[in-house]
Ligand binder design. Structure first.
Ligand SMILES: Nc1nc2c(ncn2[C@@H]2O[C@H](COP(=O)(O)OP(=O)(O)OP(=O)(O)O)[C@@H](O)[C@H]2O)c(=O)[nH]1
Ligand SMILES: [Mg+2]
Length: 462
């Protein structure tokens, strides 16, 4: 059972020492509770959106000198009275203050409870509440952009428009049912068809954006695979622009996988340098490393197969590469063939020699950082194409994705119903399913809206 009648308290800043540590309370008693432990002013008499310096007292003992902010409901994040106490950032002090608040009637908040209250009090809808969590977790420019877009209601606005248009038609169709003896058609079928088509396209666009959205939210894993000494670790270092992995002329230098993140144009890539794979090894550690390389490869979104241009001719390069998964639309793994050490063979020579096996080979010198930029751009284009600059909503949330698929399914059902001229009450049922799925995303109630719409717009006086 959700209880929002009591007053909750929690530490809002991360654990550990810091300049400031913040405690937040929300609920009817927030001001009264803090007033009991605050000396300086009577907080009950202060205006909303003001700051107050004073001391937190445990009886006669001073716990800390603090600044208290007051936000009175409903003009606050949760819609309730909120007090924020900015203390010195000590875990000990914060614990003492929390204990005092609880002694005076506050309850420890559950995870996300402030935002939950904001939702229940109508300050945010579900997609916005979810965007708060996404914003906090965002680690790249594109994740941040998507979260901010949704927090500001971008996605909700898309859905709201869809719902309103559908509700209007639904209301008209239900009206027809009321007047069924009179054989009238309030809902223009041509317009209705057009609407369903429009909504279907919009829903499909949102669903398609999820692939990119997932990338934005979770990053892309890139496994660098190849034979020992092909230069995988050198490539990792070149991509990161730092000496992260040990490089040596000894084959089998990298024994375990090494993972580092790289931000390319706002998208997070997780680069995985692996142990070189060769057929004949009796070294048990190397064999284990090779196992891990294969695991990394199987889990990766993108595989870079790196080969040594000075050792490989087109035939051996092709044979080598053939042992690894070629781009496979089924599991979605993307594959890049990269020839390294072009500084030794020369760019033109390499291109001419390898042109017959694959025109898409990227030739680089990991050591001299030649063409590394091109490789980065290729990685970026593989996941984002031109889409990343796309304005508008990108779905990043699996729950929304699932619900949108329900929406799409019900839109197809509605269309089929129209095609087959089925009765209004059945169509109306499909519309309800669709509205329900849309409403599930934002957390709205569906049926009351619809009634509201009928009464407010039509005023039929019946
Ligand atoms: N000429 C030249 N040498 C390179 C290049 N990239 C790497 N090397 C050299 O190749 C050797 C092997 O490099 P590493 O990066 O350790 O190779 P690796 O693929 O990680 O090897 P393992 O970890 O053993 O599988 C080192 O001596 C590097 O200096 C390059 O672009 N040009
Ligand atoms: Mg290595």
């Amino acid at each position: 059972m959700i209880n929002i009648s009591d007053t909750i308290v929690a530490i809002a800043t991360p654990p550990g020492e810091g300049a400031i540590g913040m405690i937040r309370l929300s609920g009817n008693e927030a001001i009264a509770i803090v007033n009991k432990i605050f000396s300086g002013k009577d907080l009950a008499k202060q205006q909303s959106h003001t700051l107050h310096f004073g001391k937190i007292m445990d009886g006669a003992k001073v716990i800390d000198e603090v600044v208290v902010s007051i936000y009175k409901g409903p003009k606050s994040y949760t819609g309730e009275d909120i007090i924020e106490i900015s203390c010195h950032g000590s875990d000990y002090v914060l614990k003492q203050v929390i204990n005092l608040c609880m002694e005076h009637g506050a309850r420890m908040a559950r995870p996300g409870e402030f935002t939950l209250r904001a939702f229940l009090n109508g300050k945010l809808d579900l997609t916005q509440a979810e965007a708060v969590a996404d914003l906090i977790a965002s680690q790249s420019g594109s994740a941040h952009k998507a979260a901010i877009h949704n927090l500001r209601g971008g996605f909700s606005e898309d859905l709201k428009q869809m719902r309103e248009e559908l509700i209007k038609f639904s209301a008209l169709i239900e009206l027809e049912l009321d007047f069924s003896q009179e054989d009238v058609e309030f809902a223009d079928r041509t317009q209705f068809y057009a609407l369903i088509d429009r909504l279907t396209t919009a829903t499909e666009q949102l669903i398609n954006s999820f692939k990119l959205g997932n990338v934005i939210k979770n990053g892309v894993s890139v496994a660098i695979i190849g034979r020992p000494n092909s230069g995988k670790s050198t490539l990792l270092n070149a991509l990161l622009n730092e000496e992260r992995a040990i490089v040596s002329e000894i084959a089998g230098t990298t024994r375990d996988t090494i993972e580092e993140t790289l931000n390319i144009n706002g998208i997070l890539f997780r680069l995985i340098d692996t142990a070189g794979i060769r057929e004949h090894s009796i070294d048990t550690i190397e064999l284990k490393g090779m196992e891990r390389s294969k695991e990394a490869m199987n889990k990766a979104d993108i595989v870079i197969y790196l080969f040594d241009l000075t050792e490989n001719n087109p035939v051996t390069a092709r044979n080598e590469a053939a042992q690894f998964p070629i781009p496979n639309s089924e599991n979605g793994v993307k594959y890049l063939l990269v020839g390294n050490k072009v500084d030794e063979t020369g760019m033109e020579n390499a291109k001419n020699t390898f042109a017959d096996i694959d025109n898409n080979i990227i030739f680089i010198s990991a050591k001299n950082k030649e063409n590394i930029h091109q490789l980065k751009e290729t990685l970026f284009a593989l996941v984002a194409g031109g889409e990343i600059k796309q304005e508008g909503t990108i779905i990043t949330n699996a729950r929304h994705y699932g619900a949108l698929q329900e929406v799409l399914k019900s839109l197809h059902d509605i269309k089929n119903g129209l095609d087959n001229n089925i009765s209004g009450d059945l169509i109306s049922l499909d519309i309800r399913t669709c509205l329900f799925a849309l409403g599930e995303i934002t957390g709205e109630v569906t049926t009351e809206d619809k009634l509201d719409y009928i009464f407010s717009k039509f005023c039929i006086g019946k």
